[in-house]
Design a binder for this molecule. Structure first.
Ligand SMILES: O=C(O)CCC(=O)C(=O)O
Length: 275
């Protein structure tokens, strides 16, 4: 199991209240530039060949404005290092409340859209409804969490991930459309994340969120890993590559496959515990 707690009391409280927290300096400059170079190289190769040469992976967007490659661990060592990063896995274990498995992974290059083509509003969504959350030690836990790491500096206007703060606890019975409409009525409810490259946005997947709208002229790059308790399934089309699994240590293989299943060691902290 990972080193716990992974978050300071203030970070844990921010997460509980708003559904997300931003943690700076998670990745080093070298790690960030390695990931960025890899993504640009993958995109260049795709533009030249039109192919996805990585078995078990796919592109879910290939436009100039949004290039996204999905199911990352076996594509490049820097991707593997990201999804197995001990600090990120520890954060995921803290807020799911027990051992996790990798559930999803993707890397994005997002670019400015011409002003006349820009969407009028956000594409708000959430992956899972808040019913899959629970409270332990008076802290909110959720069964699907994401670590999204900025690979470029995100300043206000750069289109950083945009969230409806606190929506992770709002039941879907209310209707996501009604929730979004209400939130759009007061800009204080909509938070656009900005932070330096190497920072991680940690959030519950029940939080209503969207890509931001890029109003600057900068590329925005990011990498995401999603984690769930080890007895859960991966998201569709994110099954681990079998040939790659055969090359891994048991610890890493289990993180990718969830093979410890219902053996679910718990990681339940008190808010007052310090890192
Ligand atoms: O582009 C972003 O900042 C967020 C991406 C997102 O919403 C998602 O992958 O579900």
């Amino acid at each position: 199991m990972t080193s716990q707690p992974a978050l300071t009391s203030a970070q844990r409280l921010h997460l509980d209240v708003y559904g997300y927290v931003v943690i700076e300096n998670v990745l080093s400059r070298e790690e960030v530039s390695g990931l960025r170079d890899t993504m640009y190289a993958i995109e260049t190769r795709y533009r030249e060949t039109g192919e996805c040469p990585y078995p078990s992976s796919h592109y879910s967007a290939t436009t100039h404005e949004c290039f996204r490659i999905d199911n990352l661990p076996h594509i490049a060592p820097c991707f593997f290092d990201y999804v197995t990063h001990p600090r990120l896995v520890a954060m995921a274990e803290e807020i799911t409340g027990g051992r996790v498995r990798l559930e999803q992974s993707d890397a994005h290059i997002r670019r400015p859209i011409a002003e006349t083509e820009r969407p009028a509003t956000y594409a708000f969504h959430r992956g899972v409804n808040p019913g899959f959350g629970y409270i332990r030690n008076s802290l909110y836990h959720f069964t699907f969490v994401k670590t999204l790491t900025m690979l470029t500096d995100w300043e206000p206007g750069d289109g950083g991930t945009t969230v409806i703060a606190g929506s992770h606890k709002i039941s879907d019975e209310i209707g996501d459309c009604a929730l979004i409409e209400a939130a759009l009525g007061d800009p204080r409810l909509i938070h656009e994340v900005s932070a330096p490259a190497g920072s991680t946005l940690l959030f519950f997947e029940s939080l209503v969120h969207s890509s931001g709208i890029i109003r600057s002229n900068k590329d925005r790059l990011l990498i995401i890993a999603g984690y769930t308790p080890c007895m859960f399934q991966p998201w569709s089309r994110y099954d681990p590559d079998p040939d790659f699994l055969a090359t891994l240590t048991e610890e890493h293989r289990t993180l990718l496959t969830g093979d410890s299943r219902y053996h679910w060691p718990r990681t339940l902290r008190q808010l007052s515990e310090s890192v």
